[in-house]
Design a protein around this ligand. Structure first.
Ligand code: GLU
Length: 243
């Protein structure tokens, strides 16, 4: 298990992401990181090993600028607990960043294929292939590139992706938890509801293969190529057992 958090909206993302990560600490982890940007600014990634609070002291997450971002606490499955293996991971250009919870079972063959095409990898994780797969398809546009990349993945995943020049977060889930929180000032993603409960109780549960595009003013959800409607729930009793 690990924690994933995302925010896009009208507030500065980093304090919300930091608190969102702290609210998921009960899930266990060995490293953590945050990536943020504005639609028109470069993505900045800060990540390291240890507890969120210790990393925060060293890297000052809260000084990260930007009204959207993604964050992660890592429970290592592929690659040691190191700064480089911590999420978020970026593509070769540093313009696309992703966080991933789960296991990409076919990452070895994907990595070989991508290395042959000239991609440079910086981590030992299975997750990094996702950023490079999106990069490989980016000529189709960010949304389509993500859709094409996610279709290549086998295994379990909750993924959030951002790209420079795009004011949206793209998310997908299959056999790993991912929920959406709709607040007045923006949209949250998280592995579990307690992450964003202080800001909103409006929760959207996602189904396997739901592909979510979240912008400042709303979200769209697709599954099997078509747009789908997922109800927004405001549970009065929220349990920490959502999986
Ligand atoms: N398999 C990925 C890794 O080892 C993600 C682990 C997680 O779910 O935190 O980096």
């Amino acid at each position: 298990m690990c924690g994933i958090v995302g925010y896009v909206g009208y507030r500065t993302a980093s304090p919300l992401l930091l608190k969102g990560l702290k609210n998921l600490e009960y899930r266990g982890y060995g490293s953590a990181g945050i990536a943020t940007c504005h639609a028109q600014s470069c993505i900045e990634v800060r990540k390291g090993i240890g507890k969120v609070e210790e990393i925060e002291k060293k890297l000052n997450f809260e000084s990260l600028d930007g009204d959207m971002g993604i964050a992660h606490t890592r429970w290592a499955t592929h690659g040691a607990v190191t700064d480089r293996n911590a999420h978020p991971h970026t593509d070769s250009t540093g313009k696309i960043a992703i966080v991933h919870n789960g296991i990409i079972e076919n990452y070895k063959e994907l990595k070989e294929e991508l290395i042959e095409k000239g991609h440079e990898f910086r981590s030992e994780t299975d997750s990094e292939v996702i950023a490079h797969l999106i990069e490989e398809n980016i000529a189709y546009g960010f949304e389509d590139a993500c859709m094409r990349a996610f279709k290549r993945l086998k295994g379990s995943y909750a993924i959030l992706a951002i790209k420079e020049g795009e004011d949206k977060i793209i998310g997908v889930r299959k056999d790993s938890p991912l929920v959406v929180g709709i607040a007045e000032h923006g949209t949250f993603f998280a592995s579990d509801i307690p992450s964003f409960l202080e800001w909103t109780k409006n929760v959207m549960y996602l189904y396997n293969y739901d592909f979510v595009i979240a912008g400042k003013d709303g979200i769209r959800v697709y599954n099997e190529g078509g747009e789908v409607f997922r109800p927004i729930d405001t549970p009065s009793l929220i349990l920490r057992t959502y999986t």
